[in-house]
Design a protein around this ligand. Structure first.
Ligand SMILES: [Mn+2]
Length: 258
């Protein structure tokens, strides 16, 4: 896919206890995103998502409505699943008029070829998490989870989140970050010099030296990989946090969410 410009967000973690962040998202969809031909939501838009049959939940309705309105205004909306909302499916896509993306995927924006991912699949040093990830993405786990009633699913999702928070306290920041050599390998395989992801909540623009890249002259821009990490959003705290990334002909740039 090619777009002349685009804007990217991820990790809003919206739920009932984040009314200000939800309002910021609605405002972003109404006032900022319409300036772009495409919006990419790179996962964990939801703090928890228990199935497309839960779209009548008041929070989900507002999220779907904001995306549909944006889509109706002419901005193409792409959605990639995160680790919190990997059960987002065709039902959500239809309701919100969003296009579901596989993870990872390569798109070209303003001539920049980008590898786009939520980012959790690259956190390979967190072995325990990767085991859970593989299990929860299996058809059997999915079928068994979705066969339960919504209140039960809500409870399971809640206890899974609590367990994950507990487990995170025992893990180092490095283990929970992406494994840079793995990202470099993925970028080389995809033939891109720019990667964009969220998930780690450690927003930055990194430049990584590309080892063993014989075609690129040392010191030339082609011998570096740009790895851009989106912020999570939290507008409930006294120091609100959240950003978006825009890419146009002048390059990538973080923009404040207002
Ligand atoms: Mn995530």
């Amino acid at each position: 896919m090619n777009h002349s410009s685009a804007v990217f967000i991820s990790d809003l973690h919206l739920h009932a206890a984040t009314p200000k962040t939800l309002a910021a998202f609605e405002s972003f969809c109404l006032h900022q995103a319409p300036h772009f031909p495409a919006l990419y939501v790179l996962g964990d838009l939801f703090e928890a998502y228990i199935g497309d049959d839960d779209l009548l939940h008041p929070i989900n309705r507002r999220i779907v409505q904001a995306l549909r309105k944006l889509s109706n205004s002419g901005t193409i909306v792409y959605f990639m699943q995160g680790n919190r909302d990997f059960l987002v499916g065709e039902g959500f896509a239809r309701a919100s008029a969003a296009i579901l993306l596989p993870d990872p995927v390569v798109h070209a924006i303003a001539g920049f070829k980008l590898l786009i991912s939520h980012g959790d699949a690259w956190c390979i040093e967190d072995v325990e998490y990767q085991q859970f990830r593989a299990q929860s993405r299996s058809a059997a786990w999915r079928a068994s989870f979705l066969s339960q009633a919504l209140p039960q699913r809500r409870e399971i999702a809640h206890s899974m989140r609590m367990q994950s928070e507990e487990a995170k306290k025992q893990k180092s920041v490095e283990i929970m970050d992406v494994h840079v050599p793995t990202v470099l390998q993925a970028a080389n395989a995809a033939g891109v010099s720019m990667v964009l992801h969220g998930h780690t909540h450690r927003s930055a623009m990194h430049q990584h030296q590309r080892m063993g890249d014989s075609q690129a002259a040392v010191g030339s821009s082609a011998s570096f990989l740009s790895r851009i990490v989106l912020s999570d959003w939290d507008f409930e705290s006294s120091q609100p946090r959240g950003n978006a990334l825009s890419i146009d002909a002048t390059g990538p740039r973080f923009i404040n969410v207002t």
